[in-house]
Design a protein around this ligand. Structure first.
Ligand SMILES: Nc1ncnc2c1ncn2[C@@H]1O[C@H](COP(=O)(O)OP(=O)(O)OP(=O)(O)O)[C@@H](O)[C@H]1O
Ligand SMILES: [Mg+2]
Length: 471
């Protein structure tokens, strides 16, 4: 039972599920190593009577077949015990309901000694000595779960006197993500989580606060008379993300790896960053994310695992998701392709680089008809032009396209050096000289140059060009 495969973060999240199901509005998590390493979680939910708490300590004390309240995040009647004992040898549950206090303990060493499932019943005196009891002391109702003797946790993260903080940072990130909709108050209520008194801020994987995020129309379909809601999002291009946005968007390591469906069960994120093999995870779809809301009444279809950390969509749902997925990846592709086009539109027929598609292969070529090059060429002897062209070919053939691909894939942003004002003026004046020498007109020069790179990207291209022309 201890080896079901929880990690610290999934175990803590499982306990928060219970607090949410008990209508808690705050969950305060404490951890420390004094007098000995412990983790405690206090909530102000409805609490349990002694009778209910005893049932809660029982494995599968609640039937998985039971129809649950739509807001209940539980399913198996196992989480409290399996999640806790996956990390510690000593689980204590203290609960208060309408002022009545009770406390129970599963202590693995005690059970081994007794050779039986012997539940310890705690007296009020003992309860008052426990770490963080003060957190629920003044509440009429609430629950305090304490983990002590954290052997499994220590085995995975190392000595807790130094590794506890780091391990809990990872927990914080996880909670910020999986409960972000509760932390944003979407379940029509207040909800907050704190860790050693520091509030956990929700982390929205769709970056809805970024104006450049494209929110698609929501769609729904029915399975066994239950509604599943789907809403596609296209994240902004990486260059339009703040570093905080980027952190939020990089869930599975890289933005690209975090594309896919985000499945919420009762507003709680359970699975994310996968297309369930319906679509490939390709670079062009890397900004596509799809929010899927499923109710807990369809649990029997999803082959949900105990940790609620994995599930496979049943055929009825899969078919609908496949239908929607195809359409969804498209806008993400457009965000990528659009950036190429924008330069071309501004410069009409004069991009600096052309992409040449050649029977399934492609290459980048410097546009020999670019006005800047044509003007230079007009001033050169035919031999020099031939030489210039071979230098350009050399540049094209060594363009580090693989390196660019790798870097962009690693979410690095491309920020080319922009020419300084004197450099731009120098370039403009060289071009103007060449243009003038071949009998060119100033009006034409300014209008042609102001719409092409690099001048088009400056704040006032025509002013700069007229200044050069009139000097
Ligand atoms: N923080 C809490 N406040 C109030 N009641 C709780 C709390 N934690 C657990 N319980 C009670 O204990 C029962 C057992 O919890 P447990 O997490 O083991 O199973 P579950 O939540 O029913 O299902 P799952 O295994 O899917 O988590 C819950 O159904 C609930 O009645
Ligand atoms: Mg539970």
């Amino acid at each position: 039972m201890r080896a079901v495969g929880y990690t610290l973060r999934t175990a803590v999240a499982d306990l928060i599920d219970n607090s949410i199901s008990a209508d808690a509005t705050t969950v305060d998590i404490f951890f420390g190593d004094q007098p000995e390493p412990y983790l405690a979680m206090a909530d102000n939910g409805s609490g349990m009577t002694a009778e209910v708490a005893i049932a809660a300590m029982r494995l599968a004390g609640t039937s998985p077949m039971k129809t649950r309240h739509p807001k209940d995040l539980g399913r198996f009647g196992l989480g409290l015990k399996t999640a806790s004992l996956s990390q510690c040898r000593d689980l204590i549950v203290i609960s208060k309901r309408n002022g009545a206090l009770c406390g129970f303990e599963w202590n693995i060493d005690h059970m081994i000694e007794r050779q039986t499932w012997s539940l310890l019943v705690l007296a009020e005196e003992e309860i008052r000595q426990l770490p963080r009891f003060s957190e629920i002391a003044d509440l009429a109702s609430g629950t305090l779960v304490i983990w002590r003797n954290l052997d499994r946790l220590e085995a995975t993260v190392g000595d807790l006197s130094s590794a506890f903080d780091t391990a809990m940072m990872d927990v914080r990130d996880h909670l910020a993500l999986v409960f972000h909709r509760f932390l944003a108050g979407e379940h029509d209520g207040r909800f907050s989580i704190s860790m050693n008194r520091v509030p956990v801020k929700g982390s929205d994987p769709f970056l809805e606060s970024n104006k450049a995020t494209q929110v698609g129309p929501s769609e729904s379909f029915s399975v066994e008379d239950e509604r599943i809601e789907v809403r596609p999002y296209t994240l902004p291009h990486l260059s339009r993300m703040s570093s905080a946005d980027k952190n939020r968007a990089q869930i599975a390591g890289r933005v690209r790896d975090s594309q896919g469906f985000y499945i919420y069960r009762g507003l709680r994120l359970v699975i994310w960053g996968t297309w369930f093999r319906i679509a490939p995870k390709d670079d062009l779809g890397k900004l596509a994310r799809v929010k899927v809301d499923i109710p807990n009444t369809l649990d029997h279809l999803w082959s949900l695992d105990i940790k609620k950390a994995s599930a496979a969509p049943p055929p009825q749902i899969r078919d609908n998701l496949r239908r929607i997925a195809g359409r969804i990846v498209e806008p993400s592709r457009r965000v990528h392709l659009y950036r190429g086009r924008i330069v071309q539109e501004q410069s009409r027929t004069s991009p600096m680089w052309n992409v040449v598609d050649d029977r399934g292969t492609f290459r980048y070529e410097i546009n020999r008809q670019h006005p800047a090059l044509e003007m230079l060429a007009d001033q050169m002897s035919p031999d020099d032009v031939t030489q210039l062209s071979s230098v350009l070919t050399l540049l094209e053939s060594t363009f580090p396209v693989e390196d660019a691909y790798n870097r962009l894939g690693q979410d690095e942003s491309h920020s080319p050096l922009q020419p300084t004002a004197p450099e731009l003026e120098g370039l403009a004046s060289a071009l103007w000289k060449a243009h003038k020498a071949s009998g060119g007109d100033s009006e034409l020069f300014v209008s042609a140059m102001s719409s092409i790179e690099p001048f088009a990207h400056t704040s006032a291209p025509t002013e700069l060009l007229w200044k050069v022309v009139n000097d």
